[in-house]
Write a protein that binds this ligand. Structure first.
Ligand code: DC
Length: 221
């Protein structure tokens, strides 16, 4: 078992940005578990499986060949050996992932892959159930959150920077809906582990959050 930092929290709290920075600083590997759920969703979409076809999802997910490699410190998700990183961040894939990640069979398969990675390497792993289910024995757990208004604004700025125009109110509505789905699902819902440290990043800069996590990691690991 390697050392681990488990970071959970709702969509848009800044988990991946900060987890990457913390991993770099400590020389750990960054594991983006959301990308694994997205790769599974991409596989299901490519197979033409419908989001409400539970039996189809359960059957297909067994055949999905998802693995991970690293190129210049960047996580590369391989689907049947193909680098699919470029296809994972679309709304279509995100929405399918939000539904298919509620499936127990999908979760079982990806959790096993995540646990194997943490067995072999020192990791900073982010997701929704890392501190509660994937790495319950991790000595350093963080629950990173921010208000839905702040998370929506960050997403809005990100899209604007890419030249995309979206409605801020609609983005916030989507975020609230996704939170609701992630927190109320029966299978591994998003929640703060009892031994996780809560960080609310609403009024913090990225560097402040990174430093707070590094301080906690130094203390706990
Ligand atoms: O963090 P993200 O948006 O890339 O995650 C995509 C979806 O996968 C999201 O709906 C939540 C789900 N997910 C999950 O259920 N468990 C994880 N450990 C990570 C992500």
């Amino acid at each position: 078992m390697g050392k681990s930092i488990a970071i959970d929290g709702p969509a848009g709290a800044g988990k991946s940005t900060i987890a990457k920075m913390v991993a770099k600083e400590l020389g750990f590997i960054y594991v983006d578990t959301g990308a694994m759920y997205r790769a599974m969703a991409l596989y299901l979409i490519r197979r033409g499986i419908d989001a409400d076809d539970t039996a189809g999802i359960e059957k297909a997910c067994e055949d999905a060949d998802i693995s991970i490699s690293y190129e210049n410190d960047t996580q590369v998700i391989l689907l049947g050996g193909e680098n699919v990183n470029a296809f994972l961040r679309t709304e279509e894939v995100g929405n399918m992932a939000s539904v298919s990640s509620t499936n127990g069979k999908v979760r079982k398969k990806l959790v096993a892959l995540q646990q194997k990675l943490a067995d072999e390497k020192d990791v900073v792993m982010d997701g929704r159930d890392i501190g509660t289910v994937v790495l319950p024995n991790s000595r350093c757990k963080i629950y990173l959150t921010a208000s839905s208004a702040v998370r929506a604004k960050r997403r809005y700025d990100e899209l604007t920077e890419k030249g995309l125009r979206e409605d801020l109110a609609r983005i916030e509505e989507d975020i609230i809906k996704r939170d609701q789905r992630d927190m109320t699902r029966s299978n591994s819902p998003l929640r703060q582990a009892e031994d996780a440290v809560l960080i609310d990043s609403s009024d913090m800069t990225i560097d402040e959050v990174k430093d707070a996590i590094l301080t906690i990691a130094k203390e706990k690991l």
